[in-house]
Design a protein around this ligand. Sequence first.
Ligand SMILES: [Mg+2]
Length: 256
Amino acid sequence: MNLAAVLTDLDGTLLEHGGVLGPEARAAVDELRRRGIPVVPLTSKTEAELRSLLAELDLGGIGGFENGAAVLGPSGVVASGRAIGVELLEGRLDELSRRSGLALSPATRMSTRELCRITGLPEERIPAMLARRFGLPFLAPEGAGPALAAAVRGFPGLRLTRGGLFWHLSGDHGKEDSLDLLLRAGLVKRPFAGFGDAPNDAGFLGRCDVAILVPGPSGAVDAGLVSALPAGRVAPFPAGRGWAAAAMALLEELSR
Ligand SMILES: [Mg+2]
C-alpha cells in the first residue's frame, strides 16, 4: 500500500494539549511533505484558527473546520449540506426555548463584559469565541440537560453538545462530512491514514484505510474511541509525540 494522504484531528492529536506543535510532530510533518503526502486537518476549530494553523504549520491549505460544517480548499470555503448558519441557529434556539420552557441564552446576544464575567476570559479572547459561522454557544439553566436533549430530538438536523460552561448547537454534522466533501472534490485520495484522540473523531477514522488512536495525557486512549474503533492502531505516546512515532512507523512499514 502507498499512502496518498494523512487526515488528522489537531488538539491532543497532532498538537499538544496546550495547542502547540512539538518538535517530533514537526519533523514527522516535514518528512510526510518531503514524500509528497499531504497532512489534512479535520478540526472543531474555526475557519480563522484553521487558516492560521495551516499557514504556521505549512500544511498545504486544505482542511475541514467547525466539526465537519465546512472545508477550506483551493477554491475557498465549501459548506456541508448539513451545516446551519449561526443566524438560523439563533432562531432554532428561540424555538427550542419556547417549546421546552427553558431560558436559553445565546452567547451571540451577550455583551463582551457579560461573556468575560461568565467565562473568566480576557476581553481580547471573546471575538474568537464568537467567530463560529456554523455553531452557536449558549447557556441553559442548571439541570436542564434532559429537557434540552428531548427538545432537540424534536428538531431533525440539529446537534447538541456540551463543552464546559456552554452548550453548543449546530447542524447534525461531524468530521466525516468534511472528509466526504474533500473526497468528492478530489482534494483527498485513497488510501489515507487518520489520526484522532476523542469520540468525535470516530466518524472520520472509521472511513480511513488505517486508523490511529492517539492516547490522552494519562497514556490511555479514550475508552469511547476504542470501543468505536476496536481495530484501530494505538500510538505509543500521547499527542504529537505519539502522532509522530505512529506516522514514522507507518511510513517504514509502507516502504518495506
Ligand atoms: Mg482532539
